[in-house]
Design a protein. Structure first.
Length: 118
């Protein structure tokens, strides 16, 4: 299993970024996927999740109305469109594939840094 994130960077408050996660090594269309983020000293938190068909999504309250998660099962990618970014969105963003054996066995990408600052 391999998850490779891209698209992070430095953006001004109010700006936009689009993160992408390229998955390989498993049948992508069989798994729900999610984006999570972590800042120093804090636990990793769920940002957005999407079901295997791309029909059902859910979001952290802090990003509702600003972020959109989507997936392309033909390309094995899951994206996170982030608009109206705030300094509090600064974090390392991780793509995650769950495991039937529990969270301790989930698969994570290497992370991509998003910094929102003027």
């Amino acid at each position: 299993v391999q998850l490779v994130e891209s698209g992070g960077g430095l953006v001004q408050p109010g700006g936009s970024l689009r993160l992408s996660c390229k998955a390989s090594g498993f049948t992508f269309s069989m798994y729900d996927m999610s984006w999570n983020r972590q800042t120093p000293g804090k636990e990793r938190e769920l940002v957005a999740a999407i079901d295997r068909a791309g029909a059902v999504t859910n979001y952290a309250d802090s990003v509702k109305g600003r972020f959109t998660i989507s997936r392309d099962n033909a390309k094995n990618t899951v994206d996170l469109q982030m608009n109206s970014l705030k300094p509090d969105d600064t974090a390392v963003y991780y793509c995650k594939r769950p495991s039937r054996y529990g969270d301790a066995f989930a698969y994570w990408g290497q992370g991509t840094q998003v910094t929102v600052s003027s």
